[in-house]
Design a protein around this ligand. Structure first.
Ligand SMILES: [Zn+2]
Ligand SMILES: [Zn+2]
Length: 427
């Protein structure tokens, strides 16, 4: 087996380390982590000649990402694609960066096929001991995981454990992953949010319009200035999205209707599509009464990053002044329907008070048509934290009717009384 081959250099490395040559040790920070007693190299990238190797000593002086991942796990494959783009950008601008893949694949074939996609280095699959030691040292609890090591940081003072998050959030701009760099990025981000306007959010150098109800109609972004705007991140392939959209449409229409009677106030929604192709975008957007960013527009990606959108559907509310009001638009719609408008803290506080007030007149316990046990009224204080309503499948928090026996939980407004007391039997 190739991996077991030793050349002269590897022998000398092992000797210097065991001889306690301090000068050598101080320059071989990565050897103690990545080498084994009979291996001083890592496997090369896909572009290199088959089975080519890179000396671990060549990594000294570089920023190193130790990358724990596995081919069989979709979140790893998703991250892998993003990481490849970032890595290639960093390589092309000459950054002193390298990644070492530590595989959790099931077998050598899976490892090899995953490695095919990777332009960086790998610990050989057969070296279980090194892989285990790395997992233990960095206390890896889940994958994908990217641990970033700084050169000449022998005490691991500057090591970062949240590389995956940093790559998703900042891309190649996070390099060289030092605390100073990250503070600078956070500062920049804060300033961007402080100077945010609807124009800055939704336009780019190539485009100053968004799509109207028919995709051929262009609406200037300027027309949104002074309005409350919901950015609706959604996609037709996403089941919870398809379920939420009709509800949002009906609430949108009710809000618009109410605002007709008030002057100087308006509400609009802009669909930010995560659809996979133009035709699903067209058919999904065709069901919506509001505006949209064009399919595949680069602003879609930057908005998702900017607002740190972790999952869809997601509704982010921008106030008439262009600043973010809330990222919890979806929950507020679910909780309060059209009354949630304009989604401000003051409005939410008012609504919460109303709910508290209304709960006082609710029965302490009741039967629900969908469940055979009696349900008890609970609030946050009495064990009712956040929940998913078993009747409408939407989130809820605060007051709820809960089966203390099996955890079945519904919104107070989703309580449907039993048709008749007799039907409790046989459920
Ligand atoms: Zn419900
Ligand atoms: Zn029950």
């Amino acid at each position: 087996m190739k991996e077991m081959n030793l050349d002269d250099n590897s022998n000398s490395l092992v000797q210097t380390v065991t001889n306690g040559d301090s000068e050598k040790i101080s320059t071989s920070r990565f050897s103690s982590l990545l080498a084994s007693k009979d291996r001083d190299y890592l496997l090369c990238s896909r572009e290199a000649e088959a089975d080519q190797q890179v000396k671990i000593s060549d990594l000294e002086g570089k920023v190193i990402g130790i990358y724990f991942s596995a081919n069989w796990y979709p979140p790893c494959r998703n991250f892998n694609q993003v990481m490849i783009d970032v890595y290639e950008q960093l390589k092309s601008n000459g950054s002193n960066f390298e990644i070492v893949f530590v595989s959790s694949d099931e077998d050598l074939d899976a490892f090899n096929s995953y490695r095919e996609s990777m332009p960086w280095l790998s610990v050989p699959f057969s070296d279980l001991e090194t892989k285990k030691a790395l997992n233990r040292k960095f206390e890896v609890e889940g994958i994908p995981c990217l641990v970033i090591l700084q050169p000449d940081d022998n005490k691991d003072r500057a090591t970062l454990y949240d590389g995956v998050e940093l790559i998703y959030r900042y891309g190649f701009e996070a390099f060289p992953f030092t605390k100073e760099k990250l503070e600078e990025l956070q500062r920049e981000e804060r300033m961007k949010h402080e100077s945010q306007t609807v124009n800055k959010l939704l336009t780019n150098p190539e485009r100053d319009y968004i799509l109207g109800q028919t995709t051929t109609k262009e609406v200037p972004v300027d027309s949104l200035i002074g309005k409350t705007v919901g950015l609706y991140f959604s996609a037709q392939w996403c089941f919870p999205c398809v379920k939420f959209t009709p509800k949002l449409i009906s609430i949108y229409q009710k809000i618009k209707q109410t605002l007709k009677e008030k002057s100087g106030e308006d509400f609009e929604i802009v669909f930010v599509s995560n659809d996979r192709d133009q035709s699903s975008f067209d058919s999904y957007f065709g069901t919506m009464p509001w505006l949209a960013l064009p399919f595949g527009d680069p602003t879609i990606r930057s908005l998702a990053k900017y607002f740190d959108v972790q999952g869809i559907p997601c509704l982010i509310i921008i106030g008439p002044d262009g600043k973010t009001v809330t990222k919890q638009g979806r929950s507020l719609i679910n909780l309060y329907q059209e009354n949630a408008y304009p989604f401000t803290d003051a409005k939410v506080e008012l609504l919460e008070k109303e709910v508290e007030e209304a709960a006082k007149s609710l029965p302490r316990s009741e039967y629900h048509a969908g469940h055979r046990h009696e349900l008890t009224l609970v609030s946050e204080g009495t064990g009712g934290g956040p929940f998913i309503c078993c009747d409408c499948d939407e989130q809820g928090f605060g007051w709820a009717y809960q089966c203390l026996e099996c955890g079945y939980e519904v919104h107070p407004r989703c309580m449907r009384a039993l048709p008749s007391a007799g039907s409790i039997e046989g459920r």
